[in-house]
Ligand binder design. Structure first.
Ligand SMILES: *[C@@H]1O[C@H](CO)[C@@H](O)[C@H](O)[C@H]1NC(C)=O
Ligand SMILES: *[C@@H]1O[C@H](CO)[C@@H](O)[C@H](O)[C@H]1NC(C)=O
Ligand SMILES: CC(=O)N[C@H]1CO[C@H](CO)[C@@H](O)[C@@H]1O
Length: 730
């Protein structure tokens, strides 16, 4: 006790000396806040921020993404911290490659950007398990995100680990680094509201724990109306102009402004019109907002098996200002750049005074004026009507306001920007085919069968993740069905019906080695039921159920209690005895596919077997692995694979997984009228009905060598590999 007290005192002395030195040298690095804005080095700032998540791109892409962010007028990069990427097993940490958080933060600083670090460690983010490691669930007594001792201990340990690491690298702004703010928890308000007292206690604890880590910069909690002081509560949403912080000494900040929306396999593609996005930002700033973050500024890719349930696609493009491939998404990128420039011209006025608000004729027409003196004055003229343009008189001038728009006048006279007036057009980026001939080889697996030497056997149906611990998407449920020669169906040919209830997400049913059918769920309902008559023979029949997880849930009350896999009942109807319940008979379990245990996806593993090629190449066959080699296309344009001829599975290039593939055609009737020629008021406009959800899969250039690249595709369902092609994004 004594020792740590003296140590603490020493630290304080050290801190004092440091502060004194900084003061004498004339640089006081500090971040605080008041009712107007974050205050950095004594100066209030209007800050434009954008989300880029480090594991969703490669370190080789980061410098260019940051440069494009800087050129686009951003001040801050916001990222979550992805716990399950950093601690794959308890106490085993990983901070390399795409998970090199320190490098990511340092590169942002080198590009002249600040960082908002959302430690969470719950992150939601359409990321597997919301960022939690799967082992966390199996810690005894565990309940996620509530007043639960095992959870709080684990959360504190990881949060402390990250803060300590950032401090050791001097990455907080007060140490000369770029981090100006950190976030604890994430959108917890709605959960607290549902669970009441334990939620409130947990919020208080989380805030105190975070503040106690002494980062020297403010903490925020988003969507958390009761964020305890001094933590700042912030807004997330499509529009945030009417948000007010819970104390009037806190600034009005917007931590997630959805620049588009995520894509789920089978779901339509969302677009947020540029005009609407710019309008929402201008409206937020005119209403005293001082910090805006685009979620996402670059969405990127859910490589490997990192995308969450339910059914989140591999592309996380998000219709963001920088597209999945790292290219500007026009006209969005340029229009927002011009908006940011206009806002920056208004900054001296915005940080100095509160606005006066007046109506310009009717209540859909408003002026927000930040008047300091004759040389410092900024005005925002807004038209909230979704259909009619208007001409208004303001000061000594007349101004035309298109519907659903805001005009920005940094000198209270001259319009430098109108949110609905987009210069430049939406030029379509193209995917250009690259001349390549893939020389495919195939290897088809037999489905697994129950056998006496199976190591996992039970007289029950077990929950899938309980068995796999998410080490694979795949779990085999294997059992036998004996049919007596006297069964009537043998004579009359009316086969019995096998009914299988599964908690999700995809189920392939094999009877005696033949695929009898496939069923799959979707984002709205992951559960599936298979019910079909099956071809059974006299004697022993092998039932092999391949249950497939498409990511673990990332959101929802106590999502750690949600199940995956065949939980039953499993029943056979139409036998002479009536219905036979198979749920409680002997089941054996096999985790993963045979090809996975042989590591066929790796260069070394794939040379361990004999592949088939030429005329006997397997096509339209389930459980098939494909392999080929190819040379990298010339030039630097981003590259992708067109996978529209395939079913579902996973793709690897040179041992790196580029994600799950699944074209997942979008049903007709799920789309909107997206009126790009008229007004732009639908923030989540859904398109591409009748087309695949995802046809192109990004291959980062840095994963390719100039020649001899090994491409492996696992196809669980059946596809034609000769239809796979390489494309360039131009
Ligand atoms: C306006 O205010 C700014 C900031 O207070 C000051 O620097 C400037 O001299 C003032 N200009 C006029 C014309 O009063
Ligand atoms: C989880 O697995 C264990 C054996 O490892 C088993 O005893 C238990 O019943 C399983 N629970 C569920 C819900 O499947
Ligand atoms: C409540 C809600 O819809 N929250 C979502 C906000 O957007 C982020 C990013 O897509 C999601 O992670 C949240 O689930």
């Amino acid at each position: 006790m004594m020792e740590s007290l003296t140590m603490q005192k020493e630290f304080h002395m050290l801190g004092l000396i440091l502060l004194l030195c900084l003061w004498v040298c004339g640089v006081t690095a500090s971040v605080s806040y008041d009712h107007k804005a974050l205050v950095i080095d004594g100066q209030r700032r209007i800050l434009i921020s954008g989300s880029i998540h480090y594991p969703r791109s490669t370190p080789e892409m980061w410098p260019d993404l940051f440069q494009k962010a800087k050129d686009g007028g951003l001040d801050v990069i916001q990222t979550y911290v992805f716990w399950n990427g950093h601690e794959p097993s308890p106490g085993n940490y990983y901070f390399e490659d795409r998970f090199d958080l320190v490098k990511f933060v340092k590169l942002a600083q080198q590009a002249g950007l600040y960082v908002h670090l959302r430690i969470g460690p719950y992150v939601c983010a359409e990321w597997n398990y919301g960022g939690f490691p799967v082992w966390l669930k199996y810690v005894p007594g565990m309940a996620f995100r509530t007043d639960n001792e095992p959870f709080k201990a684990a959360m504190q340990k990881f949060t402390t680990k990250i803060v300590t690491m950032m401090k050791a690298e001097s990455l907080f702004q007060t140490q000369g680094g770029p981090i100006i703010m950190s976030q604890i928890e994430n959108e917890y308000g709605p959960v607290e509201w549902e669970i009441g007292a334990p939620g409130k206690a947990y919020t208080k604890w989380a805030a105190q724990m975070a503040v106690g880590l002494d980062t020297g910069v403010p903490w925020d909690m988003c969507k958390q109306e009761d964020a305890p002081d001094p933590v700042i509560d912030t807004c997330n949403g499509y529009y945030c102009e009417n948000f007010t912080p819970n104390e009037n000494f806190k600034p009005k900040m917007w931590t997630e402004n959805w620049s588009g929306w995520y894509t789920d396999f089978g779901g339509a593609i969302s677009h947020r019109p540029t005009e609407d996005l710019a309008y929402s930002v201008a409206r937020f700033i005119q209403n005293r907002g001082s910090f805006v973050n685009y979620y996402m500024y670059h969405g990127g890719t859910n490589f490997g098996r990192t995308s969450s349930g339910l059914f989140i696609a591999t592309s996380y493009d998000y219709d963001a200002p920088i597209d999945e491939y790292g290219l500007p998404n026009e006209p969005k990128w340029s229009h927002l750049k011009n908006l940011h420039k206009a806002i920056k011209q208004c900054e001296p006025a915005l940080i100095s005074v509160d606005p006066t608000v007046t109506w310009l004729g009717n209540k859909n027409l408003e002026a927000h004026v930040y008047y300091v003196n004759t040389s410092i004055c900024a005005a925002f003229l807004a038209n909230y009507d979704t259909k009619s343009a208007a001409t208004v008189t303001f000061g000594n001038g007349q101004y035309d306001l298109p519907p659903w728009s805001v005009s920005i006048l940094p000198d209270c006279k001259t319009v430098v920007f109108n949110t609905a007036t987009v210069n430049g057009h939406s030029f379509h980026k193209r995917m250009t085919p690259v001349e390549t001939t893939f020389d495919w080889q195939s290897y088809s697996e037999e489905p697994a069968y129950s056998s006496d030497d199976d190591s996992i056997i039970a007289n029950a149906l077990w929950e899938q993740i309980n068995v796999t611990r998410d080490s694979s998407d795949y779990l085999w449920y294997l059992t036998d069905v004996n049919i007596s020669p006297s069964e009537s169906f043998i004579k009359n040919g009316q086969f019995p019906t096998l009914t299988i209830n599964s908690a999700g997400h995809v189920l392939h049913v094999f009877v005696n080695g033949q695929l009898s059918g496939t069923v799959y769920g979707g984002l709205d309902n992951p559960k599936v039921t298979f019910s079909e008559s099956v071809n059974l023979k006299v004697g022993n029949n092998k039932i092999s159920l391949l249950s497939v997880a498409v990511g673990l849930p990332n959101v929802g009350l106590h999502f750690e209690t949600w199940n995956v896999g065949v939980l039953g009942p499993v029943r056979l109807k139409g036998l002479d005895e009536g219905t036979r319940d198979l749920s409680w008979q002997k089941w054996s379990y096999k985790v993963g596919l045979k090809g996975e245990s042989l590591s066929l996806h790796t260069i070394t593993g794939s040379s361990s077997i004999d592949w088939t090629q030429g005329s006997s190449l397997a096509k339209k066959q389930p459980l098939t692995w494909y392999k080929t080699t190819f040379d990298a296309p010339s030039g630097n344009d981003p590259v992708a694979l067109d996978m529209s001829s395939m079913g579902k599975g996973e793709i690897w290039i040179n041992d790196q997984s580029i994600g799950r593939h699944w074209p997942a055609y979008i049903a007709h009737g799920n789309c909107d009228e997206c009126n790009y020629a008229g007004t732009f008021t639908n923030p989540k406009c859904r398109t591409n009905c009748g087309e695949p959800t995802q046809k192109w899969y990004h291959i980062p250039r840095s994963w390719l060598s100039s020649s001899g690249n090994v491409l492996v595709v696992l196809e669980e369902w059946g596809g034609d590999p000769t239809g796979i092609s390489l494309v360039k994004r131009t």
